[in-house]
Structure formats: structure tokens, C-alpha cells
Design a protein around this ligand. Structure first.
Ligand SMILES: [Zn+2]
Length: 301
């Protein structure tokens, strides 16, 4: 069920346009990369911070960005690959240690409730009890709640709304049926004050990302590799076909959906020359405002 509330904690003056921005906290993938941390995107709406995915190093990037981990709420998970959730427990627990005084909600695809339950009640149960009892200055554990979501409205706060849709991320790689049934991958669309920001999650060009990205002001789109490189490589061409958008797909989605500003993310480690090729290839199919993401890049709407 969508969460709704009219309890506006942000400035509610109808004449003041909201302050909306998007920050790429981590622009890498599962590859260990000193330059690019794991996938994570922060959308701010006035004094609220919505976090999309919790990849490797997200807590560090939050602090480097000057943001308070305690203020993050809620969290949206796109899917359950390691690189998107490896630091989920880190955010859930350290937000408390930084002063989080309210319940923190985690939305994600089928299985998110099970993962959060395992992290909080098995993996880190002793840590939480130890800190709750042994360090009472923290004021006792502040709970987290996970919600498995399906396509449609995820949260509607009135002042902002987040919806989601399924995207295609490796579903046709030959997995057993039972696995595919439970492999749910989401993209998200944030809307507020007439503006929209889409976070693609991991996906190839598909109906789900196109529905989400239609006329979006900003599209944060996974773009793992240059299409010219994929075409000549058996493994990479398979990734581009089934798993992650390459430069050509990324640019085509943005152009055909009328996206206002494209931000490419989830980028494989590559040389400066290959990064220049990435921009050139996207430019072959997209001529609008473009940001080739690096960690901590931000954009104000
Ligand atoms: Zn993935």
C-alpha cells in the first residue's frame, strides 16, 4: 500500500518553489574501484533526503557530501545485487549512531523485507543489542521497517511522490523459472513541484524504464560501457543485450523519452580516453544536457 501523509515537515509556503536536487553518491558497480563507489543516489527535497540504493561506501560519500546520515529517509532499493545493497546495514545502523530518532523505512522489490529482517534480527542483532544496552546515551535502538513494493505508487507524501516500475536486468540469461519469478528489479520516479527525477536502477532498454523516464526532467541511467567496445566482445555484448544499458541504449532512452537532463552512472572502470569515447557515443544519439557521472556530482533542478 502506498504510504501517504499530509504532515509536511518541509516549508509549506505555496509561493516558495521547493529546493530539489539530485546527487550521485556512487557511480560504480560491483567492480572494486577506488574512484567510483557502489551505486547510490540521493534526492533532496528541501530538508528531506531520499536515498536510492546503498552501494559500497555510501555512508562515506554521504559525509563527504556534507549530508547527515541520520537525516536520510526513506530508502528505496532497486534490486538485490550486492553492489546495490552491500552497505544497507551500514546506513540503517550508523544513521542511528548519528542521531536518527525516528523509524527508518526501506522500500524495495520482493524479498526486501526478508533481507532487512535478516540483517537486523540475525546478522547485526548482537551489535544492536550491545549498543542499545551498553551505550544507553544513544537512547535505545530506533527501528527500521521494510516494505516489499510492486509497480505503482510507493510513497505519496503530498509534497512529493515516488512511484516504481519493473525493469529488465538479466531476466533472460537462462536462470531457472523459480529464480526469475523472484528476481524483481525496479526503477523509481520521484515527482515534486512539477519536477521529476528517474533513477533507472540496473536495466537494459525496456518498457519499464521508458514508462518511468517519459518526459522526466532528469534521468539517472545506468550506462556500464561503450557500445563500440561491447560490439566486439562476447561477454560485454551479452551484458549489453541482457543486463545493463550501453551508451547507445542510454542515449536512445533519453532521446526517445524526451528526458530533460541525462546523468550516466554505474560506469565500469575505464581510462580517460575511454571516458571521452563514452561521451562521444552518447552524443551520437542524444543532444540534450548531459552529465557523465562521477561520485558526488550534483544537479539542482
Ligand atoms: Zn544489478
Amino acid at each position: 500500500m502506498p504510504q501517504t501523509s499530509n504532515d509536511a515537515s518541509s516549508p509549506a509556503d505555496a509561493n516558495t518553489p521547493p529546493n530539489i536536487s539530485v546527487r550521485l553518491l556512487g557511480t560504480g558497480g560491483p567492480w572494486v574501484d577506488g574512484e567510483r563507489f557502489g551505486p547510490s543516489t540521493l534526492i533532496s527535497y528541501n530538508d528531506e533526503w531520499l536515498l536510492f540504493d546503498t552501494g559500497r561506501g555510501v555512508g562515506i560519500r554521504l559525509v563527504q557530501a556534507g549530508e547527515d546520515p541520520a537525516a536520510v529517509s526513506p530508502i528505496f532499493i532497486t534490486h538485490h545485487h550486492l553492489d546495490h545493497i552491500s552497505d544497507l546495514a551500514d546506513v540503517l545502523i550508523t544513521s542511528w549512531l548519528r542521531g536518527r530518532d525516528k523509524e527508518l523505512v526501506v522500500y524495495g522489490p520482493l524479498g526486501t523485507e526478508t533481507i532487512v529482517d535478516a540483517l537486523m534480527n540475525i546478522v547485526y542483532a548482537k551489535d544492536i543489542e550491545w549498543r542499545s544496552v551498553g551505550e544507553p546515551a544513544w537512547g535505545g535502538w530506533k527501528p527500521v521497517r521494510a516494505v516489499d513494493v510492486e509497480p505503482g505508487t510507493v510513497v505519496d507524501m503530498g509534497r512529493w511522490k515516488v512511484s516504481c516500475d519493473y525493469v529488465v536486468h538479466g531476466h533472460k540469461l537462462g536462470f531457472r523459472k523459480e529464480f526469475v519469478k523472484n528476481w524483481r528489479c525496479l526503477g523509481y520516479r520521484f515527482e515534486a513541484g512539477g519536477k521529476s527525477i528517474v533513477v533507472s536502477g540496473d536495466t537494459v532498454d525496456c518498457g519499464g524504464i521508458r514508462r518511468l523516464a517519459q518526459d522526466a526532467d532528469v534521468l539517472v541511467q545506468c550506462c556500464f560501457e561503450n557500445y563500440s567496445l561491447c560490439e566486439g566482445d562476447e561477454h560485454l555484448s551479452r551484458v549489453a543485450e541482457f543486463t545493463l544499458a550501453d551508451t547507445k541504449q542510454t542515449a536512445t532512452i533519453a532521446t526517445e523519452c524526451g528526458v530533460g537532463h541525462l546523468m550516466a552512472t554505474h560506469i565500469r572502470p575505464k581510462s580517460d580516453d575511454a571516458m571521452a569515447v563514452m561521451e562521444k557515443e552518447i552524443r551520437e544519439f542524444y543532444d540534450g544536457p548531459l552529465t557523465i557521472g562521477t561520485d558526488l556530482t550534483s544537479l539542482t533542478l
